[in-house]
Design a binder for this molecule. Structure first.
Ligand SMILES: *[C@@H]1O[C@H](CO)[C@@H](O)[C@H](O)[C@H]1NC(C)=O
Ligand SMILES: *[C@@H]1O[C@H](CO)[C@@H](O)[C@H](O)[C@H]1NC(C)=O
Ligand SMILES: *[C@@H]1O[C@H](CO)[C@@H](O)[C@H](O)[C@H]1NC(C)=O
Length: 243
């Protein structure tokens, strides 16, 4: 087993600790936002025509699956979350005439989102926001701030307002998981699964490696009993990791 693998296995174990960076002051505004989001079906589905969609940039489709693909720097992903959803809310509001029955709801959602963003900015040192973004994130940022007429046709997606807010909400539970522990266990489980998928695959490989190594080592010693038991134990263990 190479040194690198051992190091990355160790990182897999340490990562969840490193990721818990959300300042507790964030929780109050996020929970207030969560209250608004809990009415999203009523205001973002029932008050709209059936199958109604909004044209958004493909980068504004920011789901749980994107989070795992992008790597694990939670703070950068939180910044991206604010950037993406600011645009999403703006686009949702833009399609509603002043007297649309969901307009006050959307305006309140945006206000609460701004409040959360304000606390987010205040609760980190200014240098955090001056740091250069990783290239992949910077590219997304550039796409999002591109003049709409310069965005190629192929980069637009048609998405319902309700599913945009579903993404908004699920990624919030994931990226600010410390504020949403017990209530959103289901969501958080999904989120952690996404984040740990790569780690699990790796640990699984490691388990199999040891399984075969042990099997190979013990085979010559036994008249079966012992090595069978060890193999059974180990394969049982490996099944746990696949869950
Ligand atoms: C977030 O909203 C959901 C309803 O959509 C609720 O079940 C949950 O308790 C809320 N979580 C927090 C931490 O306020
Ligand atoms: C809405 O979309 C669903 C699934 O794409 C489709 O089966 C249904 O016919 C659509 N309804 C209307 C009214 O267009
Ligand atoms: C998330 O993934 C989808 C599909 O792979 C992609 O189209 C979208 O641009 C991604 N979103 C972000 C913010 O990268």
């Amino acid at each position: 087993m190479s040194c690198c693998s051992v190091v990355s296995a160790a990182l897999c174990v340490i990562e969840p600790v490193l990721m818990n960076l959300t300042p507790s002051s964030m929780c109050t505004p996020l929970k207030t936002l969560n209250v608004s989001l809990s009415h999203r079906r009523r205001y973002m589905k029932h008050n709209f025509p059936i199958n109604y969609t909004i044209r958004v940039h493909q980068k504004e489709v920011f789901k749980l699956s994107n989070i795992s693909r992008m790597g694990l720097d939670e703070l950068v992903l939180q910044r991206l979350w604010f950037q993406v959803n600011q645009g999403v809310l703006k686009k949702i509001i833009r399609v509603m005439p002043d007297r649309h029955p969901s307009r006050p709801y959307a305006a309140e959602l945006e206000r609460r989102f701004r409040d959360a963003e304000g606390v987010f900015v205040q609760s980190h040192p200014a240098e955090v926001f001056q740091q250069e973004l990783p290239e992949t994130i910077q590219n997304i940022w550039d796409c999002l701030t591109e003049e709409p007429d310069r965005v190629p046709q192929s980069s637009w997606r048609l998405v319902s307002p309700k599913s945009l807010l579903d993404n908004f909400c699920q990624t919030m539970y994931c990226l600010f998981s410390q504020c949403f522990t017990s209530e959103e266990e289901e969501q958080n489980r999904e989120c952690k699964e996404e984040q740990n998928r790569e780690c699990s695959h790796f640990l699984l490989l490691l388990m199999y490696f040891y399984f075969f190594a042990l099997k190979y080592l013990l085979e010559p010693l036994s008249d079966h009993g012992y090595s069978c038991r060890v193999s059974g134990l180990l394969s049982g263990r490996a099944d746990v990791w696949t869950l």
